[in-house]
Design a protein around this ligand. Structure first.
Ligand code: NAP
Length: 315
């Protein structure tokens, strides 16, 4: 992640890209934009997590509004919907309204929220942005920390078609696919569908490997065999080996998956939909959190089975 000073400058109207939220995902994503030749302006709640980007040529600002004032396009990749609201609307003591993105963006700025957040928040941002002469899209991602590092994310976009097309060349630097699903909030609704499949799928492979191990089989061998067949999945390929090696370092935090499950459950309820598989996954992940694993990677779910704790979830 270094910018070659001799590399040709990126050819696009939007030269300055702000990036807010330089955690597990954001630091790799912002790094790809630096490598592509964009002028990258960053802010993160904890400055130390932005240091590698600053060393590679990014410019630090002390508030989201500071980033906005220097950027043609601003990308956000923070944690929770409340963090998104703070950054955009400036509704807290840490970020007052005047220091938020919406208040400080120059007319014509494009705002892209890539956080996994609520469709309702995405719609509120789009409405507030339009009222100020700004453009806004929601563009959450799937592909994990691996996909962020390799720029192979699948990106799900919601918003006005013209704004989505303007975002496309920048998003294409971060992922292998950029798909518009509909108006504001549609990207987030698609992402929540993805998270239902992720959460329930994780339960499936954890149970499969626990079952194999309880039967005296080597779970690593089983993972390799079934991962190549009809049971194969991204999680079984990428996360199960970490779980079996006892590596619980977060690629994706348990507390973020619990956030996503809650968002999916709320949207399902609004649609009159009951999701019993998701309810089971939620009970298991909540149990993992009560065991002190909220800040571990989601593959920690396997430990509930390995330590014969899963029955506590009543699942
Ligand atoms: P993360 O490591 O916690 O990164 C989020 C970053 O945003 C943190 O560095 C955090 O600051 C910063 N932040 C949070 N609130 C902020 C605020 N109000 N102002 C400024 N900075 C703020 O999480 P992540 O894994 O990168 O995930 C980011 C988002 O992408 C989440 O919504 C997650 O659900 C989603 N996602 C994650 C993955 C994955 O595999 N990791 C995949 C797809 C989508 P601090 O450093 O102070 O905590």
């Amino acid at each position: 992640m270094t910018r070659d000073p001799n590399a040709p400058r990126a050819v696009h109207a939007d030269r300055s890209v702000g990036f807010i939220g330089t955690g597990i995902m954001g630091r790799s994503m912002a790094g790809h934009l630096l490598t592509a030749g964009y002028d990258v302006h960053v802010f993160n709640r904890t400055r130390t997590k932005a240091e590698p980007l600053l060393a590679a040529g990014a410019t630090w600002h002390d508030t989201p509004g500071g980033v906005a004032g220097a950027s043609d396009v601003v990308i956000t990749m923070v944690g929770l919907p409340a963090d998104v609201e703070e950054v955009y609307f400036g509704c807290t003591a840490a970020v007052p309204e005047a220091a938020g993105l919406l208040a400080r963006s120059r007319p014509g700025t494009l705002l892209i929220d890539m956080t996994t957040s609520s469709p309702a928040v995405a719609r509120r941002i789009a409405t507030a942005a339009a009222a100020r002469g700004l453009a806004a899209v929601d563009a959450p991602v799937t592909g994990g920390d691996v996909g962020a590092r390799a720029a192979t994310l699948a990106i799900m976009v919601g918003g006005d078609a013209e704004a989505c097309e303007r975002a496309r060349p920048i998003l294409a630097r971060l992922g292998k696919s950029v798909t518009r699903l509909g108006e504001a909030g549609a990207g987030q609704r698609c992402k929540l569908a993805n998270q239902i499949a992720v959460a329930v799928g994780m339960v499936a492979w954890c149970e499969a490997l626990a079952h194999a191990r309880a039967g005296g089989l080597d779970p690593i061998a089983v993972q390799q065999v079934i991962g190549a067949g009809a049971a194969g999945s991204w999680g079984l390929t990428n996360l199960a080996p970490r779980a079996l090696a006892g590596d619980m370092a977060p690629g994706f935090l348990v507390r973020h998956l619990l956030k996503d499950i809650g968002l999916a459950r709320a949207c399902a309820a609004e649609s009159g939909l009951v999701l019993p598989g998701l309810q089971t996954a939620e009970r298991l992940y909540a149990l993992a959190a009560t065991h002190g694993w909220a800040d571990e990677g989601t593959q920690v779910l396997y430990q509930l089975y390995d330590h014969r704790l899963a029955a506590e979830a009543g699942a």
